[in-house]
Design a binder for this molecule. Sequence first.
Ligand code: NDP
Length: 230
Amino acid sequence: MGVALVTGAGRGIGLEVTRQLATAGHTVYLAARHLPSGAAAAQSMLDAGLDVRPIELDVTREEHRRAVAATIRHDHGLLDMLVNNAAIHYDTGNRATAPDWRTVTEALDTNPFGAWQVTLALLGLLRRSGRGRIVNVSSGAGSLVDMDAGRPAYRLSKVGLNALTRMWAAELRGDAILVNSVCPGWVETDMGGPGGRPVVEGAAGIVWAATLPDHGPTGGFFRDGQPVPW
Ligand code: NDP
């Protein structure tokens, strides 16, 4: 059984990914930027005897990233799975020809740059695993093949995240760390809104990528375990 960390895990898809990984027997750090909310979200899993550990992590804050790395280093000395799930600003009302710059900046600071910096903070621990897995929770909205009008902040942020997947996969091949982007599909959450599929289904494809066997794919973009175009 392994050690996992899921960002943005206090609600939505991240919470369900945490539940599924913990149910499979892994130790899971439920990272939430507001610790009391994360602790409340973890309670039912703790009551069920699962090894879920709420931890404070705003992905944009260096002191949080450092503290998380120190805690995991102290407790385990390694990290097997990192799920970069935290994201903001599905900016449906905006267009690339009329962007809201504050929204663009915040989306980039959180979605790709937050994931980038969290990954760097935890990279030494992932290398120590000997079979690390990094899952970047992306979106079909970040696919260049399907690029279309609107949602500029969100789309650009996921394009950036997908590029990081490709770079990290190439740079970490020698460390036996598998890195993939996963689109969860349209999922009914605060971000997805009503009408999407249940979180259980959206989370399953992320858990699949987090628990790939050795010699599994790396540098790919997947939905429900199947490749999708960049
Ligand atoms: P939600 O809006 O329901 O949850 C987003 C989570 O990210 C929350 O836990 C939120 O924390 C957290 N978060 C936001 N900013 C930060 C930050 N700075 N530091 C740490 N955590 C942060 O979204 P979903 O669960 O729907 O989305 C999860 C992932 O799936 C995202 O990457 C999203 O882009 C992707 N996705 C979702 C789809 C959908 O249909 N729902 C479709 C395609 C992709 P807090 O509670 O504190 O705000």
